[in-house]
Design a protein around this ligand. Sequence first.
Ligand code: HEC
Length: 171
Amino acid sequence: MPSEKLRHSVRLKVAAAGLAGLASLATVAGLRAEAPAPAPAPAYVPTVSDLMIATIQPRHIRLWLAAHSGNWAFSAYELGNLKGAFNRVSRAQPLVEGNSFAEMNAAVTQEPFEALAQAIKQKDIGRFEQSYADLTAACNSCHQALNRAVVAIKVPQAAGVADQEFTPAKE
Ligand code: HEC
């Protein structure tokens, strides 16, 4: 049988361990409170190239698809979106190697954009083809001017977007 003295000393040791535990918890809590807040994640800044393949190239294809499906309403919608996407690239990346993206873009795309808008309004596929070829040439003239001739854009021969209906719904 443990003596009363032994039991007393065990109780003291348990109590001491408890206090030490509490003290170390307090220290950890104190450290946590003093730790600096983690730095916010740096903003993701898309490059011109990211924006081209994410926002320009798909709309260039979809514009063609829509007109070739006789969907003039969607062609008009997508033409507006393509122009808007170019404007956003100009704001996100105002300078490309010291050149104003907005100015270069306006110089090459303004005319084909206006001609495309007319062709779409008149539902004229012949005029659309011509202006779409001019727009495609405009894409390449900017790529060449900025030493990116390796990026060669062409009029789609056949293109598909697997999950979207381009044929207009019957009214
Ligand atoms: C005002 C200039 C300008 C115009 C107009 C322009 N682009 Fe670009 N594009 C660029 C530049 C600059 C790059 C290369 C960016 C880089 O390498 O960082 C590029 C790159 C690209 C790329 C390659 C991206 C990659 O990562 O593979 C594609 C695709 C592209 N453009 C599509 C188009 C299409 C389609 C059009 C016309 C509807 C167009 N671009 C019009 C400036 C332009």
